[in-house]
Design a protein around this ligand. Sequence first.
Ligand code: CAO
Length: 453
Amino acid sequence: MTIHTLYLPDTGSANALEVIEILVKPGDAIAENQALLTLESDKATLDVPALLAGTLVALKVKVGDKIKTGDPIAELDSDAATTEQPSTTSTANDKKTKSDTPTTKLDDAATEIKKPSETPVAPVVTAPISIPVAASTPNSPISNSTASDSNTEVYAGPGVRRMARLLGVDLTRIQGSGDKGRINKNDIQVHIKTLIDQAQNGTSANKGFNLPHMPEVDFSLFGTVETQPLSRIKKLTAQNLSRNWLLAPHVTQFETSDITEMEAFRKSQAPIYDKQGLKLTPLIFIMKAVVHALQSAPTFNASLDASGENLILKKYFHIGIAVDTPNGLVVPVIRNVDQKSLTTLARELAEVSLKARAQKLSTQDMQGSSFTISSLGGIGGTAFTPIINLPNVAILGVSKATIQPQWNGKEFQPRLMLPLSLSYDHRVIDGAEAARFTITIAQALQDIRRLLL
Ligand code: CAO
């Protein structure tokens, strides 16, 4: 058994540096150049390598210690070290060093690795060495890149980087829990566990909320009851709505639109549509007004990508329409609304409504919406807060238009006022944008000539 004491090579700094991470433990088999510990200077982290192979006998430092060039850092058992490293043959410098540090010679067979002094400064080798510096600083920007190379831009020690490399983990996606946001090995473990949870459960969002379960209640204790199984559509809707409600921070913006003129025009056209077996309801105009607003505010015609870090802007205008059926709510999609006439839209809306109520909609009929409208105007109500149809970022709720007194500057006049309720995903859309967007819809309906602009 040959014990060597390893000393801290030249760090390039006259100051003591703090040990922030120990990467090995006694008993570990150490490869040549394997990092033993990590030091931190004001501006960077330094990886301290072993300059010979062997088995680690003892560590001479612990996390938090401040050490300088030449301080002992570890003891290593390596019978082959002296033959592998002939350059360690004794010099005057060695002798001086040995006498300075008598305890480094542990037994008769022990060979001391040259202690750094004025020059040469590195152990084992006679030429000065410099310690590789990890390309990280506490102020490094966190990159959005997913490439593993981008790991160099985060604040983490070499051991953590090595672990990330081995496991294929992108460190830029991890929020470090250490001082100044430094990422440690536990952060990587937590990150991987989260990814596994997500893979097993679809998304971590519902797990993350850790909501308490509703206790089971025996309602028959309080009176007569009947159990009615939910339809397949209702069960699916329940799942989707709960997920959307929890995932997107909802805000609802309310507005009213004076549709008196629009209604007069609609009524004037109704007989023509009647002859074709079509119904020109306010919803057809609302679809056009929505597209008009989407064209001027593209972030409403968009979706967040899976990472939640990018917005996918859609260049098409496919509008989902919530349709009430005896079996529950479905949302067929009317495509390219921007390119279609009122007549075509009236026909398509009638067709999909019939198909929906006959339970004949295909999955494709319900995919690809870029925005959704939910109209309860044919039923009633003054306003409601619709749940966003994710991955859309907003949904327009329409309630029943009623005659309301409106002040024209001189007098109150009876006007037909349409209530609009826009729910939007506050991660993507700001309140001011939502207010402007809703006003744009309201103005377009107030004066439908704007739709031509
Ligand atoms: N204000 C006043 N009257 C309105 C109106 C409004 N906002 N919207 C529609 N109406 C009138 C129509 O003009 C029609 O009257 P007439 O027969 O005299 O012309 C009547 O109400 C019925 O319209 P409708 O509901 O048949 O047609 P629509 O185009 O407005 O809606 C559809 C079609 C499929 C969206 C609708 O039938 C439907 O299913 N709505 C329910 C959607 C729903 O459940 N949403 C809630 C989802 S949970 O968030």
